[in-house]
Design a protein around this ligand. Structure first.
Ligand code: IMP
Length: 188
């Protein structure tokens, strides 16, 4: 099966192509855009984007919204992760966390829009911690400061296979593939 991916982030496109090809799904870049609403949850942002793109006539696509949640900062930056990255970045997050518990988690909500299989969302989560300095040159965003549970390496120090095996997006992709299979079998 083939699905369009709405994103302007080439790293996400590569992660989806790599992760979903192993699960039998071909990913095509879909050049479309939606206004990201400010909402309390990743899922609300994703569903609002799907509605906009559906109204614009697009079908058979997916998109994601992701965030870094730090319990000792009451879940911040969470749904504000993109803004925080653009303003204070990884260095600012390191400063904010001085003296605080460094446990954190990434979440990724993927939404699918399909006339045949229906619209749905799945959410993957990666627990881990914020390390003490930026490490690694791979990946994007907060990858240089996030090490998944049980690992010394940050996501930015891992190859794509290793990141996808442990990441919020990799876990969401596995849930997505299972849900697509379930819905396709339900139609047969
Ligand atoms: P969005 O899902 O593209 O809106 O991402 C929100 C923010 O989280 C952006 O600043 C991204 O760079 C960052 N982000 C999203 N996914 C990841 C990831 O897999 N690793 C590191 N940062 C990420």
């Amino acid at each position: 099966m083939k699905l369009g991916l709405v994103t302007s982030n080439r790293h996400k496109l590569e992660e989806y192509r790599h992760g979903l090809s192993l699960l039998g799904i071909e990913v095509e870049h879909l050049d479309a855009d939606c206004d990201e609403i400010q909402a309390d949850t990743l899922q609300e942002v994703v569903l609002a984007c799907i509605r906009q793109l559906r109204e614009a006539g697009h079908r058979n696509f997916m998109l994601d919204d992701s965030g870094l949640f730090v319990p000792s900062l009451n879940g911040f930056p969470g749904v504000y992760s993109a803004y925080v990255m653009q303003t204070i970045g990884c260095q600012g997050m390191l400063r904010l966390l001085e003296g605080l518990d460094r446990r954190a988690r990434f979440e990724c909500c993927i939404g699918v829009c399909s006339d045949e299989l229906g619209d749905f969302t799945v959410t993957g989560m990666a627990p881990g911690r914020i390390v003490h300095e930026e490490r690694g040159s791979g990946g994007f965003g907060y990858d240089p400061i996030f090490a998944p549970e049980g690992q010394e390496l940050t996501f930015a120090e891992m190859g794509m296979t290793e990141k996808n095996e442990r990441s919020h997006r990799g876990k969401a992709m596995a849930l997505l593939a299972a849900e697509l299979r379930r819905r396709m079998e339900g139609r047969a």
